[in-house]
Design a protein around this ligand. Structure first.
Ligand code: F6P
Length: 546
C-alpha cells in the first residue's frame, strides 16, 4: 500500500496544515458565508453539521485525496462483500450482514450467510415473544420478570447501550440487568432482591471461554440451583449466546437454548447479532428490527454515497485530521440525551479496541499515531465537571455532540433547556469570548484575562429527530464505519485485538499463584504486591476459594 506519510495527499495535508493551523473558526465563518450550509450531511435520519471544525475546502479536498490514495472505497467494498479483511485472524468482518434484508446474498467462503442470520433472528424473535407473553415460564411456572445478561466487552456494552437507549419502548414489568465485572460485588448486587423463579440468565460470550463471564455464569447457576432446589431449573432459566455452541452446551445449556453467531462478527460489532438478545426481549422483535433497518440505511449510505458526501467517510477523515496533524490525542463523545449515557463507553471499545494498533495489517510499524483515546459523559453533566478543560485547557479536544429534536420525556421545557445547552456549548467552544468582548461587556481588564476563552475548539454536531430504534441503529453503524475509514487510512487491521490477550494470559498465571500461595517469577514490584495481598488476605482470615 506504500508509506502513508510519503503519499502525495499526506504531504499536501502536511503543507496545508503548516499554513492553516492557526486559522480561527471566527475567521473561517466570517470569510465563507456558505460554510454552515455546505458542511452538513444527512443520512439515515441523522443530520451532521461539521462546519465548526478547523477545516476548509482545501482541507477536505486533501483529506478526500488521501481516502482515494488509500483505496478506502475498494477497502469498504472488500469489507461489505466478505473478503477476509481481518488478516491477522484470516476472517471477514461482516457485521453489515447482520442487518441485511432476507433476500440479500452475502457469501463467506462461497456460502450465503444471510439465511443463517435470519434463522437466528427468527429464533431470537420467537424466544423474545415467548418470554414477553409469559409463554416461556420459569421452572416453577412463574413468568420471567428479570433478565440478567452475563457478558463482558462487546457481549455487554452493546446490549446495555441498546437497552438503556430504548428503554421507553421496553415492556413494562420486565427489567434487564447487565453483569460484566468479575468483581463479585456486581453479581451480588444484580442478584439481590431478585426472585430466582422469575429470573432468566443470558450468558453472552462469543468465545464462551472468557474467564469473567464463565465465573459469573457458574456463580449464577449455583445461586439458581440453591434457590430452586434442583438442577433441572437451569433449562428454564439459562440461555446462551455464542459463536462456540459446543462450549455453551458443555456448560449445561440445552442446545435449543443456544443462540448462535459466527466468527466473522467481531465482539465489539456484535450488538445486532444474537448478542443483542437481552435487548430484543425487552424491546420486542419489531423495535429491534427497526434498529437493524436504521443500521442498514447507514450501511447503504456508506456503500453508495460519493466520498465527499459520505457521513462516515467525512467523520473518519476529520478525526484523522485532528489526530495526525493537530496532534489531538482524545475524542470526547458528548450525547445530550440521558438515554445515551453508555454511548461513550460503547464507543470506547469500538474505537480503541479497533484502532488501538501499532502495526499495520502487514505487521509493519505504523508511522503515525492511530486510534484516539475516547471518553465522554452525557451532556449537560460534563459541563459542570470537565468542560472547563475543553474551553480553557491547553489541549485540543475535538468533541462529537449528539442531540435530538423531540424529547423522550413529557418534560418539554427541560428538553429545550438541554438543547439550548447543547447549541450553546458548540457555539461557545468554537467562537469563545475574547478579552475585548469581555471588556466591552464591562468586565474589568484584570479579570478579563482569566475569563477569556479563545474558542477555536472543534465539534461535530449530530442531530436526530428522536432517539428511537432506527436512529440508534444509524448511529451505531455511523461510528462503525467511521472507525473503519480511519483504520483503512492507517492501514491497520481494525478487527483483531491481540493486545488484550497478554493481560488475560498473565491473570491466568497469577490466579494459580494466589490459589496455591506459591508466587513464581515476576518483576520485584508484582512479587511484592502479590506477597502483600496473600499475607493480608490470610491474616484477615479469608480463605481463597473458587
Ligand atoms: O477482551 C477483549 C474481548 O475479546 C472483546 O473483544 C470481547 O468483546 C470481549 O473480550 C468478550 O469476549 P467474549 O464475547 O468472547 O466473552
Amino acid at each position: 500500500m506504500g508509506h502513508l506519510t510519503m503519499l502525495p495527499a499526506w504531504q499536501a495535508l502536511r503543507r496545508h496544515y503548516d499554513q492553516f493551523k492557526n486559522r480561527h473558526l471566527r475567521e473561517l465563518f466570517a470569510e465563507d458565508g456558505g460554510r454552515a450550509e455546505r458542511y452538513v450531511l444527512e443520512a439515515a435520519g441523522l443530520f451532521l453539521d461539521y462546519s465548526k471544525n478547523r477545516l476548509n475546502d482545501e482541507t477536505l479536498a486533501c483529506l478526500l485525496d488521501l481516502a482515494r490514495e488509500r483505496n478506502v472505497e475498494a477497502q469498504r467494498d472488500a469489507m461489505l462483500s466478505g473478503v477476509h479483511i481481518n488478516t491477522s485472524e484470516d476472517r471477514p468482518a461482516l457485521h453489515t450482514a447482520l442487518r441485511a434484508p432476507r433476500d440479500a446474498i452475502i457469501c463467506v467462503n462461497g456460502h450465503n450467510v444471510v439465511p443463517d442470520v435470519h434463522k437466528v433472528l427468527d429464533h431470537m424473535g420467537a424466544f423474545a415473544r415467548d418470554v414477553r407473553s409469559a409463554t416461556w415460564r420459569g421452572h416453577t411456572g412463574k413468568p420471567i420478570r428479570h433478565i440478567i445478561n452475563i457478558g463482558i466487552g462487546g457481549s455487554f456494552l452493546g446490549p446495555q447501550l441498546v437497552y438503556d437507549a430504548l428503554r421507553p419502548y421496553a415492556l413494562a414489568g420486565l427489567d434487564c440487568t447487565f453483569v460484566a465485572n468479575i468483581d463479585g460485588a456486581e453479581l451480588a448486587e444484580a442478584l439481590a432482591g431478585k426472585d430466582p423463579a422469575q429470573t432468566l440468565f443470558i450468558v453472552a460470550s462469543k468465545t464462551f471461554s472468557t474467564l469473567e463471564t464463565l465465573t459469573n455464569a457458574r456463580l449464577a447457576r449455583r445461586w439458581l440451583i440453591e434457590s430452586l432446589g434442583t438442577e433441572e431449573a437451569v433449562a428454564r432459566h439459562f440461555v446462551a449466546v455464542s459463536a462456540n455452541v459446543e462450549a455453551a452446551v458443555e456448560f449445561g445449556i440445552s442446545p435449543e437454548n443456544v443462540f448462535g453467531f459466527w466468527d466473522w462478527v467481531g465482539g465489539r460489532y456484535s450488538v445486532e447479532s444474537a448478542i443483542g438478545l437481552a435487548a430484543m426481549v425487552a424491546i420486542g422483535r419489531d423495535v429491534f428490527g427497526e434498529m437493524l433497518a436504521g443500521s442498514r440505511a447507514m450501511d447503504e449510505h456508506f456503500r453508495s454515497a460519493p466520498l465527499a458526501a459520505n457521513m462516515p467517510v467525512i467523520m473518519g477523515l476529520v478525526s484523522v485530521w485532528y489526530n495526525n496533524f493537530f496532534g489531538a490525542e482524545t475524542l470526547a463523545i458528548l450525547p445530550y440525551a440521558h438515554a445515551l449515557a453508555r454511548l461513550p463507553a460503547y464507543l470506547q471499545q469500538l474505537v480503541m479496541e479497533s484502532n488501538g494498533k501499532r502495526v499495520d495489517a502487514m505487521g509493519e510499524l505504523v508511522e503515525v499515531d492511530t486510534g484516539p483515546v475516547v471518553w465522554g459523559e452525557p451532556g449537560v453533566d460534563g459541563q459542570h465537571s470537565f468542560h472547563q478543560l475543553l474551553y480553557q485547557g491547553t489541549r485540543l479536544v475535538p468533541c462529537d455532540m449528539i442531540g435530538f429534536v423531540e424529547p423522550l420525556s413529557r418534560y418539554h421545557r427541560s428538553h429545550d433547556l438541554l438543547m439550548a445547552s447543547l447549541f450553546a456549548q458548540s457555539e461557545a467552544l468554537a467562537f469563545g469570548r475574547t478579552g475585548e468582548q469581555l471588556r466591552a461587556l464591562g468586565v474589568p481588564a484584570a479579570r478579563a484575562q482569566f475569563e477569556a476563552c479563545e474558542g477555536n475548539r472543534p465539534t461535530n454536531m449530530l442531530l436526530g429527530q428522536r432517539l428511537d430504534a432506527g436512529t440508534l441503529g444509524a448511529l451505531i453503524a455511523l461510528y462503525e464505519h467511521s472507525v473503519f475509514v480511519q483504520g483503512a487510512i492507517w492501514g491497520v487491521d481494525s478487527f483483531d485485538q491481540w493486545g488484550v490477550e497478554l493481560g488475560k494470559d498473565m491473570a491466568r498465571h497469577i490466579i494459580r499463584e494466589i490459589e496455591t500461595g506459591i508466587v513464581g517469577e515476576h518483576d520485584a514490584s508484582t512479587r511484592q504486591l502479590l506477597g502483600r495481598y496473600l499475607a493480608l488476605r490470610h491474616a484477615n482470615g479469608h480463605q481463597v476459594r473458587e
